[in-house]
Design a protein around this ligand. Structure first.
Ligand code: GLC
Length: 509
């Protein structure tokens, strides 16, 4: 049997609002995505994952969905979507869309009805007094409950405009099965499931222990056992369509055993490997995550950045004197992850080596985390700044000339545009293209295991048949392991020496 495409795919996350604005309103849209698909094909990715473009008041950038079966006018129309999918498929790119089942927008017809006192059982409403029904806190800061004028409280694990669905109500199940079919019928190849460890809450909604960490196993809020039945039902729908349709879950958990439960053969195909993203720049940390991941035995994934976390160029450079170290490590980490069995998820702009934008002015910040925490948390806008495509002036080809993008772009990004990097063989963009080409050339030829080699202090060496990957996380240069050719390196390697913060792929006879 042929390996299904998603097992070895490189998937590129498009944060639609910040990718490309064709309409000229300063916000990215589906027509913009469509125009840039040839760039992605040339980059060498296999699939795109689009963040939500559904009807939404945009309180959480579209993760607050008001209508799961329509495109928000900000992003275009359903025919723009169809045209984009057709072009993607013609270019050999698969399309994954986001599905948000834990909560809707407060503007969703069901919640609007609930406000009028109809069908409140589709959400989590409770009677209460002056105090909320329990001590749960929103992931976005502040209490997870809001009280209506009639005295009832409703649960929202995120913003108060994102009421949680009641998954104990069969109507909610039926609705989402239908939404899946709606998009599958339109030709999508898969779904990214938002907050996949959410949905069910413990019966009786007991308090969380005071010391409990976010997303801890055993929490009354997350990872309840009932959620697995949902994914079993979804898997049946996916399997009933031709062409290897898939689902990847956003599962935040502190336990590898818990994660593995989502990846049983009749549940999700994949989940994001956040342990890899969270690992510090350390060979032992990397090795532990790799061993743990492969031990699950499901389809492994690797990811370094997404629209919710500080960009990894900046993460890896945190607290260091040299501003170039973060980028050097980011390039080395890419090569390391692309050498591993499984699929890799990239986040738009990482191929340009974009850093986190840390100095956005408070009035520009849009993430609800910033407002809900009263400015004590910066929020996630810094990784969502619109992509610099071309030219030397804002908006750098993100939008038509003269248009102000929804988040301000730094002046330094004139040097980081895709156009400028495309013409430079040493640029990060050229490096990504080369790395993805090298990976493609090896596709299907490597075993799904890795074999560890003895490696000097600070470094990590592993092989998969003819491919050896060496990464040096330490402060000193190390000798490369035996090889007959260097296939690609994240920085020049000369005389058999691997410099610090560098990775190389070696061919072994
Ligand atoms: C997920 C999304 C994030 C969103 C949250 C609530 O974590 O990735 O962007 O804010 O869910 O839907």
């Amino acid at each position: 049997m042929e390996t299904p495409w998603w097992r070895e795919a490189v998937v590129y996350e498009i944060y639609v609002r910040s990718f490309a604005d064709a309409s000229g309103d300063g916000v990215g849209d589906l027509a913009g995505v469509r125009r840039r698909l040839p760039y992605l094909a040339e980059l060498g990715v296999d699939a795109v994952w689009l963040t939500p473009f559904y009807r939404s008041p945009m309180a959480d950038g579209g993760y607050d969905v008001a209508d799961y079966r329509d495109v928000d006018p900000l992003f275009g129309t359903l025919s723009d979507f169809d045209a984009m999918v057709a072009d993607a498929h013609a270019l050999g790119l698969r399309v994954i869309v986001d599905i948000v089942p834990n909560h809707s927008s407060s503007e969703h017809a069901w919640f609007q009805a609930a406000l009028r006192g109809e069908g409140r059982d589709r959400y989590v409403f409770r009677d209460g007094g002056e105090l909320p029904p329990n001590n749960w806190q929103s992931v976005f800061s502040g209490p997870a409950w809001t009280r209506l004028p009639d005295g009832q409280w409703y649960l929202h694990l995120f913003d108060s405009t994102q009421p949680d669905f009641n998954w104990r109500n069969p109507e909610v199940h039926a609705e989402f099965l239908d939404v899946l079919r709606f998009w599958l019928d339109r030709g999508v190849d898969g779904f990214r499931i938002d907050v996949a460890m959410g949905l069910y809450k413990a019966e009786g909604l007991p308090d969380t222990p005071a010391e409990s960490q976010a997303f801890a196993t055993g929490s009354p809020i997350w990872g309840r056992p009932e959620v697995h039945e949902v994914y079993r039902a979804w898997r049946k729908v996916l399997d009933s369509y031709p062409g290897d349709r898939m689902a990847v879950g956003e599962v935040w958990t502190d336990s590898i055993e818990d994660l593995a439960r989502y990846l049983r053969p009749d549940e999700l195909h994949q989940s994001f490997n956040f342990a890899w993203l969270e690992a510090p720049w350390s060979p032992t940390a990397f090795r532990t995550v790799i061993d743990d991941t492969l031990a699950i035995g499901a389809s492994p994934t690797w990811v370094l950045s997404n629209h919710d976390v500080v960009r990894h160029v900046t993460r890896y450079g945190e607290g260091l004197a040299s501003s170039t170290t973060g980028l050097a490590r980011a390039r080395a980490a890419l090569l390391t992850m692309l050498a591993l069995p499984g699929s890799a998820y990239l986040y738009q702009g990482e191929e340009l080596g974009l850093p986190e934008v840390k100095d956005l002015p408070p009035e520009a910040r849009k993430d609800p985390i910033f407002a809900r925490s009263e400015g004590t948390l910066p929020g996630r806008d810094g990784c969502r700044v619109p992509i610099p495509w071309s030219g030397v002036e804002v908006p750098y080809g993100f939008a038509p000339d003269g248009v102000t993008p929804w988040l301000p772009q730094p002046v330094e990004w004139a040097a980081l545009t895709a156009e400028r990097q495309a013409g430079d063989p040493d640029s990060t963009l050229s490096f990504y293209q080369e790395a993805l080409r090298a990976r493609r050339a090896l596709r299907g030829t490597l075993p799904s295991r890795v074999t560890w080699l003895d490696s000097p202090e600070g470094a990590l060496f592993f092989t998969r048949a003819s491919l050896t990957c060496a990464v040096n996380c330490g402060p000193d240069p190390v000798r490369l392991p035996p090889h007959d050719r260097v296939l690609i390196a994240s920085a020049p390697v000369d005389d058999g020496v691997l410099p610090p913060d560098t990775a190389a792929w070696l061919h072994t006879p």
